[in-house]
Write a protein that binds this ligand. Sequence first.
Ligand code: PLP
Length: 446
Amino acid sequence: MLRNIEGDINESENRREWRNGMDGRAAALLEADERLFFRQSLSSPCINAIKSAQGIYIEDMSGKRYMDFHGNNVHQLGYGNPYVRDALLKQLSELAFSPRRYTNRAAVELAERLCRLMPGGNYKTLFTPSGASSVSVALKLARAYTGRYKVISLWNSFHGANLDTISVGGEGVFRCGAGPLMPGCEHIMPYNSYRCMFGDCGTCGLKCLDYMDYVMKCEGDVGAVLMETVRSTDVHIPPAGYYPKLKRICEENGAALILDEIPTALGRTGKMFAFDNYDVAPDILIIGKGLGGGMIPMSAVLAKAEMDVCGDTSIGHYTHEKNPLGSACAMAVIDYISMNGVLEHVNAMEAILRKALSAIKENCEIIGDVRSIGLLAGVEFVKSRSTKEKAPDLAEKVMYGCLRNGLSFKVSGGNIITLTPPLVITQGELETAMDILREAISEAAG
Ligand SMILES: Cc1ncc(COP(=O)(O)O)c(C=O)c1O
């Protein structure tokens, strides 16, 4: 199943060449890392070692800085954001840990803020230490509330690396060979804003959702539909009518709509939540990653208050559940976004990013498609536009070309480069990054 391409097994030709020219200290760390950590697809062996990260930059052992257009989507507000750091330090000196069965001011205040941000405000929450844990909680809540255990999700989707979350996820690199997965997980085809099997997405009357409705009616007992509102790995953005129609279908079939916005909430799409781009309110929302400000792992499940039906079951009994440090960071993140006009800034930068990417695409046969929303963009590399055959080698070449010139991002799905800069990036920095990208693409195109 695994192919020898970037990210899949971390051992492509380009990776080997890149590591050959590496600084001695980084090479030693990488060697030790490989000896000590289990190898795993998409992760280890690693690409480089970093010694610090500040603002939009990560810095490697030789002092070379890279604009980080990946950052695992935890770096919305930049690395080491001083406002978040001050809030964290203050909380650290007040209360660093809150044992279960006790609550604390920071957690309660954050819960209040998050619930108030939701449409109608009538939501309750649970915090967890990771996105995958929150997906588990959401699935348990949906089961308890609907009395049904089946869940529909999409092929190619990602909802976390735990055994239950790879069961609902749709990526072979996680599922293949993992053994029996969780029962009741059904998958349908993904929305695909480039090449849907029903035609051009958005002009086909959303036939994929008719199919979803068909599956739900055939089954008759589906409890939940789980979706990434906007797919962040290979960047797929459903058309405007998608979610209102999906919500109707869920309601008609008695299923809860769970939206996973772990990488996309908190401004990535130019709105506080990705679902704000659509006329829809989820029954359950999951957020994480940047919620902890890139300092503390922090995730939250926000569900309609009427779903509070698990008083006699433990659905999210995590040691670091009402984490005061993560809560303090999250409140600082929310404050920072509103006090500094981050959403308005994202919308202004989005226009620059779009313009630059469409200009790059215009004269370039090796780019099959560019998709973007807010400061999330995917650039798809193909052998030629007419055949649309994937070109993973070109995507890799572009990535290493950019790395050499100080721009870091990742390749998804073999041939798509995913760009997720920190939301606080300046216009000048964004333009510099686009110059680096343009140069690497024209080099790769030969
Ligand atoms: C859409 C989505 N869901 C779930 C997760 C899992 O989050 P975590 O790694 O915090 O468990 C991720 C992480 O990349 C994600 O992108």
